[in-house]
Design a protein around this ligand. Structure first.
Ligand SMILES: *[C@@H]1O[C@H](CO)[C@@H](O)[C@H](O)[C@H]1NC(C)=O
Ligand SMILES: *[C@@H]1O[C@H](CO)[C@@H](O)[C@H](O)[C@H]1NC(C)=O
Ligand SMILES: *[C@@H]1O[C@H](CO)[C@@H](O)[C@H](O)[C@H]1NC(C)=O
Ligand SMILES: *[C@@H]1O[C@H](CO)[C@@H](O)[C@H](O)[C@H]1NC(C)=O
Length: 345
């Protein structure tokens, strides 16, 4: 038992309760005199530091307790932050700024908080980031930029993120990605680029010392997957490609992905896939842990699908949306279930 929990046990307060209460009231009054609780904010103190939570504040809270480790400022109409916003909170570990209207961030914002682990900027209006924002963010492991207005990225923005494991760029307006974007992100295991407007990806996107486990590319406008795109990431386990316009997948696309446990190719424009595409996935090599989805594609169920049919029969216990996986052609088989056609061959 720690000294802290002993101090907190109600029994030990018993005989001194009135005096303790008096001291407490005095302390609160004193504390409020020194550090007035910013308007609209709730502060919780713990052994590890303070958590400050401000919902719909009219301005960025200031000052905040010097031992703040967790700061939430959400649902405000803030369009920008003061340059010194975090200067008083050198121990900050988590900063949640979602659902504001931030249009830009000061380049110096994170310099006072080198211990920051989590930065959540979901649902703002950011169209760019300042150069070098993350220069001092060597331990940041989670960065969420989901649902902003980013149209283009610069590789230099992400420099310094040595420990970044989780990067969410979904729901922006990205059309292209610059070469070398991820080159400095040596710890990345989840990359979410879903719900953007990507038509192509740089062929070297995933090169570098990444060990990606989850890759989200769903909800873009991808038409083809290059042969070598995924090859540098043999540890990939979850691959989300649904809701694109994929009409072609190169034969070697999944080669080397020995641990892939889930792939979603549903709602694309696939009429066929090349023989050999599936050879490293599922049975007979190993079961995919979580399964696969190839539904809602305009499959042409002719002899070119023979390889897929054999693979489907061996792996049907891991197949999602069987009833939505149908032939669009040839005419005689239109509307038939792929699995039925596969089983009858
Ligand atoms: C304080 O930090 C320790 C170690 O990180 C953690 O195990 C504990 O749950 C934290 N306590 C509180 C009240 O947050
Ligand atoms: C934000 O602006 C909207 C109108 O644009 C207003 O209804 C809302 O009360 C404002 N919220 C805050 C926290 O000021
Ligand atoms: C299929 O994907 C398109 C984008 O390519 C999307 O607009 C549509 O909502 C998706 N359909 C379903 C049923 O999810
Ligand atoms: C399967 O799909 C057909 C046609 O799309 C539909 O009429 C039927 O209700 C579905 N069956 C099940 C079990 O979902």
């Amino acid at each position: 038992m720690s000294p802290w929990s002993r101090q907190q046990s109600p029994g030990s307060l018993g005989p001194h309760l009135p005096r303790t209460l008096f001291l407490l009231v005095l302390f609160v009054a004193f504390a409020q005199g020194v550090i007035p609780s910013p308007k609209g904010c709730l502060i919780l103190h713990s052994v590890n530091g303070s958590s400050v939570s401000c919902l719909s504040p009219s301005k960025f809270p200031s000052p905040i307790p010097a031992d703040t480790i967790h700061l939430v400022v959400e649902f405000s109409n803030l369009t920008k932050l003061p340059i010194a916003a975090l200067r008083g909170a050198p121990r900050l570990q988590e900063l949640h700024l979602s659902s504001n209207r931030l249009e830009a961030l000061p380049a110096e914002l994170l310099q006072p908080v080198p211990r920051l682990l989590v930065l959540d900027l979901t649902r703002n209006a950011l169209s760019s980031l300042p150069c070098c924002l993350f220069r001092a963010a060597a331990v940041l492991h989670t960065l969420v930029l989901k649902q902003n207005q980013l149209q283009a990225l610069q590789a230099s923005w992400l420099r310094g993120l040595k420990a970044l494991a989780y990067l969410d760029l979904s729901g922006n307006r990205l059309r292209t990605l610059p070469p070398g974007l991820l080159a400095s992100l040596t710890s990345l295991h989840t990359l979410d680029l879903g719900d953007n407007q990507l038509e192509t990806l740089p062929p070297d996107l995933l090169q570098g010392p990444l060990s990606l486990e989850r890759l989200h590319l769903e909800g873009n406008q991808l038409r083809a997957l290059g042969e070598d795109l995924l090859a540098p990431q043999p540890a990939l386990r979850y691959l989300f490609l649904q809701d694109n316009q994929l009409a072609a997948v190169a034969v070697g696309t999944f080669r080397g992905l020995k641990w892939l446990d889930m792939v979603d190719l549903s709602n694309n424009s696939l009429t066929s896939v090349p023989t050999g595409l599936w050879v490293s996935l599922g049975r007979p090599v190993r079961d995919m842990e979580d399964g696969f989805d190839i539904s809602r594609n305009p499959w042409v169920c002719d002899q070119n699908l023979g390889d897929l049919f054999r693979w489907l029969v061996a792996n049907k216990h891991k197949m999602f949306s069987k009833n939505d996986t149908r032939c669009a052609g040839p005419e005689a088989l239109e509307g038939h279930l792929l699995l039925e056609v596969a089983g009858s061959q």
